[in-house]
Design a protein around this ligand. Structure first.
Ligand code: FES
Ligand SMILES: [Fe+2]
Length: 440
């Protein structure tokens, strides 16, 4: 339980808030490249409580600008896209990718007004299907050498989905290893081969045991938090009682990225990005260490749930997430279907848009949640003191930071600690695209 003041401090990310200032020190996923695929690559973006417009010119240059025209505030998401930039549809003012006004055609001939007008612009970088934006001041940090950024396009797939709740609720589901045994419980196992690209539906590495069975039958994991240069690692262990242990290693990369195993050959890197205080997008890059990713299959699976252009879920509070009492009795723990994204969405949204954390009761299984809130609280104090933040990387530090390592495997009880890194390293060595070594 935390105080109402502390809850506000941790959750609110608008301009001028402490957590807002902290979040603005990091690159934020702002859009998927696929959103810019049409004949007019201009999309509105709401990010950290700010309204922006993202566009790509014919020459390939990206621009990310404040969305309200500095003349009289018309919406630049409806601007005309021209070779030089965006031309406001109201009086024709033209803005380049830097936000400089290049033309004010309704003004008298020879007017110097354009030279005095500038719209705020933000740096943009593209990495494996995601457009990242930097909304802070000063130099943006460097991107680490993480697998999701280094892998070739053929071995990556990016997607996103909207959840109607504060970003911290979403993140706290991602660092909660125990919930998978309940929220994502299936009463019958299915063939992992038909569950390509879906979390908790494959089998664990080194084992024929389906994940569904491990999670269902060994539902009281031991959870350890190991602090690291990037945030922390969560090690969840389920002793199987035959001298072996199911070990699952996941990572929290500060401030809001989780890196998880998906299957023996694939990982997910998932950011929980604040749209504003009451909504967030999860952005994910799926990265394969083995075969190229079947992007069409991955996309089709996700479009069965998410609608375009907003990537909002067909199942939501308005239709009770498709809750079916018969299914809840006989097939799934939630009765909300077999797509675990729906389960997570319900867990994130149902506490309300900003959970009142003065009313919660944390237990042992919340060790990741507690560790994260401590990290965030410290980072907010560091921000106010003007200190150095975790993961605000210079190029040299970024180059050294590979990985992070993940694992989902069944290992001997006594040797899991020595073995897990070796298994992660051997998967990297065998990969067709030379992933960098994982950081400690
Ligand atoms: S409001 Fe944009 S040009 Fe007038
Ligand atoms: Fe989950």
């Amino acid at each position: 339980m935390i105080s109402a003041e502390q809850n506000d401090r941790l959750t609110r990310i608008g301009p001028g808030t402490p957590a807002g200032a902290l979040m603005r020190r990091y690159w934020q996923p702002a859009a998927l490249i696929e959103e810019l695929a049409g004949e007019r690559p201009v999309v509105p973006v709401r990010l950290l409580g700010q309204d922006l417009v993202l566009f790509r010119r014919a020459d390939g240059a990206y621009g990310l600008l404040d969305r309200d025209c500095p003349h009289r505030g018309a919406d630049l998401a409806f601007a005309r896209l021209e070779p030089e930039g965006l031309r406001c549809a109201f009086h024709g003012w033209l803005f380049d990718t830097q936000g400089r006004c290049r033309d004010t055609p309704a003004e008298p001939e020879g007017s110097a007004l354009a030279a005095s007008v500038c719209l705020r612009s933000y740096p943009v970088q593209v990495r494996n299907g995601i457009v990242f934006a930097y909304l802070g001041g000063g130099e943006p940090p460097s991107f680490p050498n993480f697998d999701c950024f280094v892998a070739p396009d053929s071995h990556s797939f990016a997607f996103k989905g909207f959840w109607e709740a504060n970003w911290l609720q979403a993140l706290e589901v991602g660092i909660d290893p125990a919930h998978a045994s309940y929220l994502h419980r299936f009463f019958a196992d299915d063939d992992p081969a038909v569950r390509y690209g879906q979390q908790f539906r494959a089998h664990s590495s080194n084992s024929a045991l389906p994940m569904t069975r491990i999670l269902r039958e060994f539902a009281r994991p031991r959870i350890d938090v190991e602090h690291s240069d990037f945030g922390f690692r969560l090690v969840a262990r389920r002793a199987l009682g035959d001298g072996t242990t199911h070990v699952r290693v996941t990572n929290l990369v500060f401030p809001h990225l989780v890196v998880l195993p998906l299957s023996p050959e694939m990982i997910i890197s998932q950011w929980h990005v604040p749209v504003d205080d009451r909504g967030c997008y999860w952005y994910a890059i799926f990265t394969s260490f083995g075969a190229p990713v079947d992007k069409d299959a991955m996309r089709a699976q996700r479009l069965a749930l998410y609608t375009l252009p907003d990537y909002k879920s067909r199942r939501n509070h308005a239709n009770n997430y498709g809750h079916d009492p018969r299914e809840q009795r006989t097939e799934t723990y939630t009765g909300m279907g077999h797509d675990i994204n729906v389960h997570d969405q319900w867990a994130v949204e149902s506490p309300g848009p900003i959970r009142d954390r003065t009313r919660e009761t944390l237990g042992y299984s919340d060790r990741g949640v507690v560790a994260y809130r401590r990290l965030l609280t410290e980072a907010l104090a560091t921000e106010e003191a003007g200190g150095r933040q975790l993961m605000v990387l210079d190029p040299e530090a970024a180059c050294r930071l590979g990985g992070p390592g993940t694992l989902d495997a069944i290992l001997p009880d006594e040797r899991w600690e020595a073995l897990w890194r070796e298994i992660d390293a051997s998967r990297r060595r065998a990969a067709p695209w030379a992933p960098p070594g994982a950081a400690d």
